[in-house]
Design a protein. Structure first.
Length: 760
């Protein structure tokens, strides 16, 4: 009976699934200016059940993701389970009320049926939107199989009071959390472990017969006896408070002390810094994992703490990764969680200590955030902030163009490129060029006037290469600090590698926004820089790049950055990569992003994996071993004694696993075309769910008993994938039929449409 029931259920499920295949599905994941949850209200940071339409009548202090454009752009996920589905047309309606959201009555915009493949960044036509007004929209699509979809669910959004076209963004939000573990080291002491570090506030419930006082200690580090470490060292956080109790059972919000370094505008102004200040409703927040209460045993035994974690909008279920390498799995989860835990300012910052946005931190944060959530607004808001509040290192100014290009490729929205093109031209630092084609900050052109052109409030830029530049050596590298003993030459190899990348990207940006003459000009400029870089800085005798024109020293950085930016000539690739591998992890957690980018680009998958999954002291696994649950500022406390334990710039594996090991990157903006080029190294099997603006990409590889790879992929509708499959002189099959494609350097390259496919 059970068997027949199972068979009947299976047949019914198959019928339902088959029917759904034959019917078009409505678009989902609707975004307005890259904001998906436009209708969600927050009450002083907490998700509210109140509807956006009732905002004018709702009681409380409400926040909402306001749309800051009078002509927003719309994006959606095309709905289809059919293989090889491409959108052929769309129809958008925008109105001032749900009742008017019909083709004949839409009073803001009725696009009519527009033939187009584009499903991201569609500019709203019709009437301009008014400030502080609620609007409604929906969309339907047609596909290449001849199917017309139903209308999507209706989405509502509210415009800001000032629609100036700057990035829209979510309010910050609180999530309440309970301890994972409790222990009592003494009768008068009770300790709590929330399982992971987070930045937020503490709420305590306690019972006392009389008015009394308890001591509350919070911190990021646990001592050997299970109590909160009161001397954690460096910038690891600890605080102690006395909490006055009233008679009876009460709940108390611990009033935390603000840190003037990151919370006081006057202090920031004196220091000429730009920390990100929190909105009033967020209050004062502090990073902590552990809580300790001390007092009368009959009181502390009743204490129940609750942590109010402050963070940006984040979908914990958006991405998944699992592999045969358990170390790699733990590192990926460390990095994924770090994206959420460090988002508490709504702009990418360098940790809780300073709360300042830096370009170098932002690149790693941006890419890893993209790889664990379908969220683009925080990155865009950060870029806008950094354009007008750049930081002092020369290379980090140049990184602005990398940030902007990443934004375009992952979101599919080119408005940032259009709006800030002139600013990005200045940030290439072509004004520092000398007659040899290279730039220098040390030849008299690095002036306050130049700084004004890039919106920097200092008097001069300064080359950095990596950070810190001095410190403990250890037995895994040759020099103190994280710059591999680099010689800071007048013409710095690292600076000029970033200069090349910035100019190259400016040419590509010019092409995107229709400035064809500029595109040709900057492409030629980039080619010239690359030629001069190789002519002047490549050491032919030793087969590697020198740090500068007047030194024979070759730091890891002087080689890994050219490798990451595609500057190494083919004939020199082996000698450069061999030298890079000989230097091991002689760079910081920031530099490691570019080191592994270059290694994967060069096909050095085995060595890249050995660094990613290393358990040495200079490894991401060491962060977990040290006791941190958010990525750290440095490999270990001994390399940077003042480091903090909440630094997203240590989270490069969050994107390197997706982009390098699993090999998923956008070829065309908004993932219209996708490259899937898995480089497993010694990983036997792995699977990844990667969110994109067009929908989820699922990939899984396994190695069969004969050592050959089996690759399973699921591509969202309206996407085309360029799949690179390892080729070993055997016929490549896709869905059990002979694959069509081309062979190139050990790869079989094929083009695949949407849907589920198996390649072997």
């Amino acid at each position: 009976m059970e068997k027949r029931l199972f068979q009947a259920t299976a047949i019914l499920s198959l019928f339902i699934y088959s029917t759904s295949i034959l019917q078009a599905q409505c678009p989902t994941g609707l975004m307005t200016d890259l904001i998906e949850h436009t209708e969600q209200l927050f009450n002083d940071g907490y998700v509210s059940s109140a509807a956006l339409t009732t905002l004018d009548k709702a009681k409380g202090h409400y926040q909402v993701a306001l749309i800051r454009s009078s002509r927003p752009r719309f994006s959606w996920i095309v709905g289809s389970n059919r293989p090889n589905t491409l959108q052929t047309a769309y129809h958008i309606l925008v109105a001032t009320s749900p009742d008017k959201l019909r083709p004949e009555t839409a009073d803001i915009w009725d696009s009519q049926k527009i033939e187009s493949r584009h499903s991201t960044s569609i500019t709203m036509g019709g009437k301009e939107l008014s400030p502080s007004t609620i609007y409604y929209w929906k969309v339907k699509t047609w596909d290449n199989h001849g199917y017309e979809s139903p209308w999507s669910a209706t989405k509502s959004f509210m415009t800001a009071g000032k629609t100036d076209g700057t990035a829209s963004y979510y309010p910050l939000q609180f999530t309440d959390e309970r301890p994972a573990n409790t222990n009592n080291p003494a009768s008068h002491i009770r300790c709590f472990d929330f399982g992971r570090d987070a930045i937020g506030q503490l709420r305590l419930t306690a019972m006392s017969e009389h008015a009394d006082t308890i001591i509350v200690r919070i911190g990021e580090v646990c001592s050997a006896n299970g109590r909160v470490e009161q001397n954690p060292g460096g910038s690891r956080r600890y605080a102690e408070y006395k909490l006055a109790l009233m008679p009876g059972l009460h709940t108390y919000d611990l009033k935390m002390k603000p840190d003037a370094r990151n919370s006081d505008p006057a202090t920031a102004a004196r220091n000429r810094l730009y920390p990100i200040f929190l909105p009033d409703y967020a209050g004062v927040v502090f990073p902590f994992r552990y809580v300790e209460t001390e007092g009368k045993s009959e009181i502390v035994s009743t204490v129940e703490p609750e942590r109010r974690m402050l963070h940006y909008s984040f979908n914990d279920a958006a991405a998944r990764f699992n592999s045969s390498d358990t170390v790699l799995n733990k590192i990926w989860e460390l990095c994924r969680y770090s994206m959420k835990a460090t988002s508490f300012c709504g702009i990418y910052v360098d940790g809780d200590r300073e709360r300042i946005a830096y370009e170098a931190d932002a690149i790693i944060n941006q890419l890893s955030h993209y790889c664990v959530d379908r969220e683009f607004s925080m990155a865009r808001r950060t870029i806008e902030h950094l354009i007008f509040h750049p930081t002092w290192p020369t290379e980090w100014c140049l990184q602005t163009l990398i940030l902007a290009w990443n934004d375009y490729m992952y979101s599919g929205d080119k408005r940032l490129l259009e709006r800030y093109y002139s600013d990005m031209k200045a940030k290439t630092l072509l004004a520092l060029r000398e007659s040899n084609g290279l730039i220098s900050t040390k030849t008299g052109k690095n002036t306050p006037e130049l700084c004004q052109t890039i919106h920097y409030n200092g008097n001069a830029l300064k080359d950095i290469v990596d950070w810190p530049q001095s410190g403990f050596v250890g037995d895994e590298k040759e020099y103190g600090g994280e710059a591999d003993g680099v010689k800071m030459d007048t013409f710095n190899a690292t600076v000029n590698a970033f200069h090349y990348q910035a100019v190259k990207l400016l040419g590509q940006i010019a092409q995107v926004i229709g400035k064809d003459a500029d595109a040709r000009h900057y492409a030629d400029e980039a080619a010239y820089i690359r030629k001069q870089f190789n002519r002047l800085l490549f050491d032919k005798k030793n087969g590697r790049y020198r740090d500068g024109l007047s030194t024979d020293h070759s730091a890891l950085h002087s080689n890994m950055f050219p490798l990451a930016f595609g500057m190494v000539d083919t004939r020199n690739m082996k000698s450069v990569t061999d030298y890079i591998k000989s230097r091991r992890m002689a760079c910081s957690v920031y530099g490691a992003q570019f080191l592994l980018d270059g290694l994967y680009d060069a096909g050095e998958a085995d060595y890249a994996h050995s660094l990613l999954a290393s358990t040495a002291q200079r490894s991401w696994y060491n962060m977990l071993r040290a006791g941190s649950t958010i990525t750290m500022e440095a490999w270990d406390n001994i390399y940077k004694p003042n480091q903090d334990w909440n630094h997203a710039w240590g989270a490069a594996p969050g994107n390197l696993i997706a982009r390098g090991l699993m090999g998923i990157t956008p070829i065309e903006p908004g993932f219209e075309r996708i490259r899937i080029k898995p480089q497993p190294g010694k990983v036997k099997h792995a699977g990844l769910l990667l969110p994109t603006v067009r929908g989820n990409i699922l990939t899984e590889f396994r190695h069969s008993s004969d050592g050959n790879m089996v690759l399973s992929i699921d591509i969202p509708a309206n996407c085309i994938a360029e799949v690179w499959f390892p080729y070993k002189d055997k016929q490549v099959l896709i869905d059990e039929t002979k694959a069509k494609g081309k062979k190139e350097n050990g790869w079989f390259i094929m083009e695949i449409g949407s849907g589920k496919h198996t390649i072997r």
